[in-house]
Design a protein around this ligand. Structure first.
Ligand SMILES: NC(=O)c1ccc[n+]([C@@H]2O[C@H](COP(=O)([O-])OP(=O)(O)OC[C@H]3O[C@@H](n4cnc5c(N)ncnc54)[C@H](O)[C@@H]3O)[C@@H](O)[C@H]2O)c1
Length: 361
């Protein structure tokens, strides 16, 4: 038996996240005993692995396993794709006691979660993330969703999985730039919660982002542990969960300005440097801790600057986002490493000064 780490999300409903290498067989054990039908939702890139998973899930006998191959990345997060899955389920007489498995990156786990949340008003869901971002973020915490023509993630539901299985072997086929971009969320966990992640990156940045290394696994487990702890306390994002938005306010504006051609992790990398500079200029974060952001992200080859002239567009985008939430412009800032707090309605001049610190050519 391989070495498996179990991280538990408590609350109602609680569930386990298992992390290890070569642990796909655990997906079978995570399915509800009542499930006679399983819908495995996967992207085209994982067709062969999905077929392998299907064999594993059918080995017990008595289960019908349906594969739903959906378009790649954001193209998969559309209502037409959800309807395609609902059609397969309808034609297979998929019942309340059956189960959906999300097998892919965050786009797939978001779509699969949404399909599970909506079919017959909710059926069981098991998430099997296959990207770094999926493992440390998207598949943990029960947020599901799809995009509409008007914007990203506008439609969705909170729908907790009954289990999350993170088989690190699956990451070996992930392109390096995807792995590093996803690792930005691990770095975020370092800044807001677990400084030992930052120490590990500084000690050996290459090992930290090598998906086969023990250091990578340690950092990923710490990041999952943080997310599990936060969502255990605040499933519906009423309070504590907001700290997870560190770097995301500006990051989302950059993703929007780039029409989602930038990887999410690259955008939040710039966003974290901005948030650190905002914290420093607001008199909260020591200079050295702000500088550490840039140093660590540079070590990993993640971007730390964005176009100088883009500020008016980015500010307008953040304001729109704020309006859509009927609230004030809020930023997660740091009083120190691992001490996140909220900065509400900062002056435009302070925001601009912080942006000057990330503005490149
Ligand atoms: N629900 C949440 O809480 C939450 C949190 C963060 C992000 N998200 C969502 O996650 C999505 C981004 O997730 P992502 O970064 O994983 O992107 P993604 O799902 O688009 O995957 C990135 C690419 O990697 C490929 N891929 C996936 N696994 C692979 C593997 N093992 N080997 C080779 N290629 C593989 C995919 O086919 C895709 O082309 C966004 O839609 C975002 O909104 C959701």
């Amino acid at each position: 038996m391989n070495d498996v780490t179990t991280i538990t999300v408590t609350g109602e409903p609680g569930y386990d996240i298992t992390v290890g290498t070569g642990i796909l067989h655990l997906v079978g054990e995570a399915l509800p005993a009542t499930a006679r039908k399983v819908l495995v939702v996967h992207p085209p890139t994982l067709g062969a692995r999905a077929a392998e998973l299907r064999e594993i899930l059918m080995a017990d006998g008595g289960r019908e396993v349906l594969l739903a191959e959906i378009p790649d990345a954001e193209q998969g997060k559309r209502v037409e794709v959800a309807a395609f899955c609902w059609q397969i389920m309808g034609q297979a007489d998929f019942t309340r006691t059956d189960v959906v498995v999300g097998f892919g990156g965050g786009a797939v786990t978001d779509l699969a979660g949404f399909v599970a949340a909506t079919w017959l008003r909710g059926v069981a869901l098991v998430q099997v993330p296959t990207t770094v971002l999926g493992m440390v973020d998207a598949a943990v915490g029960g947020k599901t969703g799809i995009n509409t023509a008007e914007g990203k993630n506008l439609v969705g539901a909170f729908w907790a999985p009954r289990a999350v299985v993170c088989d690190l072997n699956l990451l070996e086929s992930l392109p390096r730039n995807e792995a590093v971009a996803g690792f930005a969320e691990v770095v975020k966990a370092g800044f807001i919660w677990h400084p030992q992640i930052l120490d590990a990156i500084e000690a050996d940045p290459a090992a930290a982002t090598d998906v086969t290394s023990p250091v990578f696994r340690e950092c990923v487990e710490l990041a999952i542990g943080m997310k599990a702890r936060v969502v255990s306390e605040d499933f519906h994002e009423a309070g504590l969960r907001e700290v997870l938005n560190y770097g995301h306010t500006l990051g989302h504006a950059i993703e929007h300005a780039e029409r989602y051609r930038w990887r999410h992790g690259a955008a939040i990398s710039v966003g974290m440097v901005f948030a650190a500079e905002l914290s420093r200029l607001a008199g909260r974060l020591p200079d050295a801790a702000a500088a550490r952001h840039r140093d660590i992200l540079n070590l990993l080859g993640l971007p730390t600057t964005y176009r100088a002239g883009a500020w008016p567009t980015l500010l307008a985008s953040m304001q729109r986002d704020k309006k859509s939430r009927a609230g004030l412009l809020r930023f997660i800032v740091l009083d120190d490493i691992a001490r996140p707090t909220v900065l509400q309605a900062p002056d435009d001049s302070l925001l601009f000064a912080a942006y000057q610190e990330v503005a490149g050519g």
